[in-house]
Design a protein around this ligand. Structure first.
Ligand code: NAI
Length: 386
């Protein structure tokens, strides 16, 4: 089949298997060029197929030669429609890893479920004995808990309406978007989905099953961002979930202290991923940020961020953390000079000057590449096996 992108707003309905493989290959090459480090050897990545989770898996495998088990929720092809990019990424990653003599297995299923936790535990028991690192990188729209209740996460404010500039991805114009406040129920549901309850469940399940190594490290990802996005992010429903995630790190540290387990929150940079492209107002901030950070030579993608997490923040002596114990990979994004320029542009930007003031091309390149498109060395006119 000849696979072409089918983009609707912030989603692409197709994925290119050869392009996804290229995406994974480039990330592996980046980590290889950083050299090896003395890091974890048996790593479980929950949310391992795209974005930060995939980059973490690659950083662990190719940085410290780790055996990896990845958990994801992706769709296979049905013969007519392509699979999701995370499916192709995972297949490609496993093939590269196996060719390079690295153990890599994956479980495609609902990470929130008891069944998937049991499957992972069994896989660790059979193949690895235990894991010394657990990366929790889920970005999910919903979660069904053991009692059968399904919670839906929302991207809303928690106080009043929030109106600001917004980039209409369909016609490249700048207009305004208003984000409405969530109900108490919606806030609770978002915390259920994107908070740390399931992270705690995973860590307890692994520990109780005896498959968590003494002194294991676990990391979950968060975001803070600029004041501009506080109403929709930091103080919004997702921010409430991230607060819970942060508190959950403390719970894990306390509960698993007898096993010397350390839980960290890593605050990462804003990047185009399937999860973040869906947040209103935020894509315009991304495109301006990309422009400013590229001009300053500070721009990073998921893999550069995860390279820095492993090589500079977590496994280069004692972990480098801020006063609240968090790892800060958003240090360059939040640099004063970067934010000052972003805000100046934000005030000036309108439809007429968007391509000049923001990195529109860069945004779309990242977007298309997530789905395996726009790689210059991939021949998109060729038939591919989907
Ligand atoms: P993503 O959409 O690229 O990745 C999400 C991953 O979760 C995929 O592997 C997907 O298969 C998996 N997943 C979703 N639902 C699942 C389920 N029920 N069971 C098993 N796997 C499931 O998202 P991204 O952006 O990499 O997000 C990962 C984490 O990083 C999130 O916690 C997000 O808030 C955080 N983060 C993202 C930033 C960004 O700008 N993209 C910035 C800072 C933090």
């Amino acid at each position: 089949m000849i696979v072409e992108p089918k983009v609707r707003g912030f989603i692409c309905a197709t994925a290119h298997p050869v392009g996804c493989r290229e995406n994974v290959k480039r990330q592996i090459e980046y980590i290889k060029h950083l050299g090896t480090l003395d890091g974890p050897k048996h790593v479980l990545v929950i949310g391992a197929s795209t974005g930060y989770g995939l980059a973490s898996r690659i950083a662990a495998a190719y940085g410290s030669g780790a055996s990896t088990i990845g958990v994801m929720f992706e769709k296979e092809s049905n013969g007519r429609r392509t699979a999701t990019p995370g499916y192709y990424n995972t297949k490609a990653f496993e093939a590269f890893a196996q060719a390079d003599g690295l153990y890599a297995k994956s479980i495609n299923g609902d990470a929130f479920s008891h069944e998937v936790k049991e499957q992972v535990i069994q896989m660790i028991r059979d193949d690895l004995g235990s894991v010394d690192m657990v990366i929790y990188s889920l970005a999910a729209p919903r979660r069904t808990t053991a009692d059968g209740v399904t919670y839906q996460s929302v991207l809303k404010t928690t106080s009043s309406d929030f109106t600001n500039k917004s980039w209409n991805l369909r016609d490249n114009t700048i207009g305004e978007a208003t984000i409405s406040p969530a109900t108490e129920e919606e806030i609770t549901a978002t915390v259920k989905v994107m908070g740390g309850e399931d992270w705690i469940d995973w860590m307890n399940a692994l520990s109780q099953a005896g498959v968590l190594a003494d002194g294991a490290v676990t990391v979950a990802y968060s975001y803070i961002g600029p004041e501009l996005t506080y109403p929709v992010y930091l103080n919004g429903t997702i921010g409430m979930a991230k607060k819970h995630l942060q508190a959950s790190a403390a719970v894990i540290n306390e509960t698993l202290a007898p096993h010397h387990v350390k839980a960290y929150i890593s605050v990462n940079k804003a990047l185009v991923t399937q999860a973040s492209a869906a947040i209103p107002i935020v894509p315009l901030y991304f495109a301006i940020l990309y422009k400013v950070m590229k001009e300053k030579g500070l721009h990073e993608g998921c893999i550069e961020q995860m390279g820095r997490l492993f090589h500079e923040k977590l496994f280069a002596g004692s972990p480098v953390v801020d006063q609240e114990g968090r790892i800060r990979l958003d240090d360059w994004e939040l640099r004063e000079d970067v934010q000052k320029e972003v805000m100046e542009i934000w005030d000036k930007i309108r439809t007429e000057n968007i391509t000049e003031l923001a990195d529109v091309e860069g945004y779309w390149d990242d977007f298309y590449r997530m789905f395996g498109f726009r790689f210059p060395n991939v021949d998109y006119t060729q038939d591919v096996e989907i």
